[in-house]
Design a protein around this ligand. Structure first.
Ligand code: FES
Length: 107
């Protein structure tokens, strides 16, 4: 049985030279925001972070479970399904363990 993921990382690397692929030029910032918001709202027991390049640039946007697999060619339409899988694998935190409300983050 595979160990449950402790982190979900979304590549937000952006390259500015045309012809060089990168996840951010394919919409990964919106994907990272949707995953982070979904993890917070559902209180999924996993850490969601951004990352800069997994070396899967031609196959991105790239999401990586740690430990776990790459999710390649990620689209916004896939985020709900990814969150469903994470919730099933990781469970949810009790409300008292959920951390500060979203509006307090970064304040
Ligand atoms: S730019 Fe995202 S994996 Fe390299």
């Amino acid at each position: 049985m595979q160990e449950r993921p402790k982190k979900v990382l979304t590549c937000v690397n952006r390259r500015f030279h045309s012809g060089e692929p990168s996840c951010a030029t394919r919409g990964s910032l919106a994907i990272a925001e949707a995953i982070e918001e979904g993890v917070r709202e559902r209180r999924i027991d996993i850490v969601a972070e951004r990352y800069v390049c997994f070396g899967q640039c031609t196959k991105g946007p790239t999401v990586k479970l740690v430990p776990g697999d790459f999710i390649l060619g990620t689209t916004l339409d896939m985020v709900d399904g990814i969150l469903d899988q994470l919730e099933a694998a990781c469970g949810t935190k009790a409300e008292e363990d959920a951390g500060p409300p979203v509006h307090l983050l970064g304040s």
